[in-house]
Design a binder for this molecule. Sequence first.
Ligand SMILES: [Zn+2]
Length: 453
Amino acid sequence: MILIEHAVVVSMDAERRIFRDGSVLVDGRDVVQIGRAADVRPPRPPDRVIDGRNRLVLPGFVNTHVHLSEHMNRGVMADEIAVDRYMADWLIPLYSAMTPEDEACAATLACLEMIRTGTTTFCEAGTLFDVGAVADAVARLGMRAVLGRWTWDMAGARGRMRYSTDEALRRNDEMIAAVKDRGDGRIAAWPLLLGFGTCSEELIRGAHALADKHGTGWGMMHLASHPSRKTNDTMPLATLDALGVLDARTKLTHMVYVSAGDIALLARRGVHVVHCPTAALKHTKGLGEHGRFPEMLAAGVGVSLGGDSGNGSNHFDMLRLMHVTALVSKDARLDTRVMPPETVLEMATVHGAAALGLGREVGSLEPGKRADLVMFDLDTPEWRPLVDPVNSLVYAASGASVRTVMIDGRVVLDDGRITTIDETAVYRRIETLSREHIARAGVPVTPRWPVVS
Ligand SMILES: [Zn+2]
């Protein structure tokens, strides 16, 4: 039993209560009591008491679209590379050269980054080859996750990246069964399709049927995404709907180009949408001009946030994603009332949990839910003065003030220290692996400024 006492607690419960002097009591993997410090009474002396004075407690963030493997070559792609050459000239050669150790090490780095910035649950966008190695890495770090594998049946794909429809479905079927309940039940796998016009109708129907068979969600990862790929990635939503695959277990990512009719359809079917603001901006998707996320939210569509990839957004820090989300729509609409910080925090927590079918387990701090939480150090410049905690969180705070993170009742970041693995060894290893990996892929890395060694 762990008692966190005398903290500012932002519960994200149904009433959105914030306790100025609050406590959270954790027993095993669950929150058992939460409320005013004076009202939280442990039935027996806790094993540990964490002093919450000058700390703010929040439910851990849920990042609903991250490419773990691409952290191995984060930042390789220079700005001048044309968007329509990303896949063919860069990502496919890099992806094809991944080893199981590369994938596990990249996943470990990504998890460290997420934990250190307050994320406790994520949805993978598609491990390339070795989901088992990634599941082991994620389990070791103690995170909660939905994993998936790179899935398409695109004609023209070559080498290790080529899959027939049957093969793609069979590999997903095997993966879901193998990953089920890994990490003490914290890890699951879903059929997650790449999108971008790389999936046949048969594959889309097959993925939905697999989700039915295993009782999971499913996702189409990159839809309605970029103007330069208009012919390929703008499969009309109505076409997907006609296949009978849009429902409350469906997660669609990017969704920058949607009509009023699309929004009504998404709301009617209960489809979950992932907004990847930093990737959209960096990849010039026309977010400010075309994005209709405020309208989706107003229509009742659950919109969550995704960090995307090591060369798309280049980070998985939910604080930075929330900050950008709150700002972009305001400027685009010339209206400061659009995307208030409370809405953005809901996207990062309760909407994310619902998108992953985990709405009953995580996303808010309530008795009976899992103890997934993050503690910020309020004795840092960015948090002072503490007038409105949600305003400070979205507009002023950064991941640097995250001090302690608990997942499933286990402290995985303890007052700034990762408790599960030797973090420094990971940083050393990824430098070596990344150099070897990029050389194997044969892509040129040429910094614009002279690097003196
Ligand atoms: Zn993506």
